[in-house]
Design a protein around this ligand. Structure first.
Ligand SMILES: [Zn+2]
Length: 334
């Protein structure tokens, strides 16, 4: 009987269960050309370090049923590669593997990736063929760089998975001279524009600001809780459209600024969390908006302690994995 699964990005709390799933799947492999010793050596490889990075990128997906993890699959942004599809032996034969491959392709498209490669054992080549993957030109079975086991390199191009929004943004980036690898190089996902924005009142410049309904509710609750603790949180900026973000980039280009410098401080249109209505820039009286000194405010300390309780997180901390400048004022509903 087919079980019900929920597919979601893995969190750090899932690491132990993920490693157990990986070990169980490897050791229970029966249709294989590998020896028992090779399977044991593979199962014993320490992958926690590699998994951690992908969890930070939300690029490991897991399928869970009510009782435990049933499958996992990873996307490696740097090498544009599918890593480690594991399906528990008891969950095999119901199409879950193929569902996981589709899910990781849909995730890849959100980073602007329209092609992925993978290295797979000989006995799994046919499975990937049914998922649309083809053996790379001139490829042959070669020792896998991580496992040392013989593997074949396969590849699939899936432009049909690109969304309409993704196509519009790709064309816009071409006009602006932004490289097609922007999304996965900066580890940023496309951020479709919020469909139903609601007002959250005026910002520090007396402009009306909007957020998504869910973010607006969370923001009001957070601002009220801060006020109860004697901390005033002000809005500097909320929802921003793709057109608005494009205007920011064009104005900087017109002033003669270099595109790579601009993209360190301003997200490319289509990839700003502000489009989604989930992000807002925050300030407090006595501080200049959008300045790093905000980190010295009582408001920033309060946010670092309490914003998580309302679902908000700091998107660009110091030395963040995106290579984007530190933004202590930018908070996003996770
Ligand atoms: Zn911001």
């Amino acid at each position: 009987m087919r079980k019900e699964f929920r597919i979601r990005p893995a969190k750090h709390d899932d690491l132990e269960a993920l490693c157990a799933l990986r070990r169980a799947s490897i050791l229970a492999t029966t249709r294989t050309t590998f020896t028992k010793a090779e399977l044991h050596a593979w199962a014993a490889l320490d992958t926690v370090g590699a998994l951690r990075g992908r969890i930070d990128d939300r690029c490991t997906l897991i399928a869970e049923s009510t009782d435990n993890l049933q499958a996992s699959i990873g996307l490696q942004l740097d090498s544009r590669e599918i890593l480690a599809l594991f399906v528990l032996p008891t969950a095999q034969g119901h199409g879950l593997g193929r569902t996981m491959v589709t899910a990781i392709e849909k995730l890849a498209v959100q980073f602007g990736l329209l092609e992925l490669k993978l290295s797979t054992a000989e006995t799994v080549i046919d499975f990937y063929r049914t998922c649309g993957y083809q053996i790379c030109k001139n490829a042959s079975l070669q020792p896998h760089p991580r496992t040392g086991l013989m593997a074949m390199e396969m590849r699939r191009h899936f432009p049909h998975r690109q969304t309409r929004f993704g196509r519009i943004i790709a064309a816009l980036h071409q006009q602006l001279g932004i490289s097609p690898d922007y999304g996965y190089r900066f580890r940023l996902k496309l951020q479709p524009e919020c469909a139903h924005p609601v007002s959250i009142g005026e910002d520090v410049f007396s402009r009306t600001q909007n957020l998504s309904p869910q973010a607006a509710r969370a923001w009001h609750a957070m601002r009220n809780a801060a006020a109860t603790d004697g901390v005033e949180l002000q809005v500097v900026s909320g929802l921003r459209s793709v057109d608005y973000q494009t205007g920011i980039i064009r104005a900087k280009l017109d002033k003669g600024q270099n595109l790579s410098q601009i993209l360190k401080v301003s997200a490319a249109p289509g990839y700003s969390e502000h489009h989604s209505g989930r992000a807002l820039d925050v300030n407090t009286p006595g501080f200049e908006p959008l300045e790093e000194e905000f980190e010295n405010s009582q408001a920033f300390r309060w946010l670092m302690d309490s914003a998580g309780k309302f679902g908000f997180g700091l998107s660009y901390p110091k030395n963040n994995r995106h290579g984007i400048a530190y933004e202590p004022w930018h908070w996003c509903l996770l």
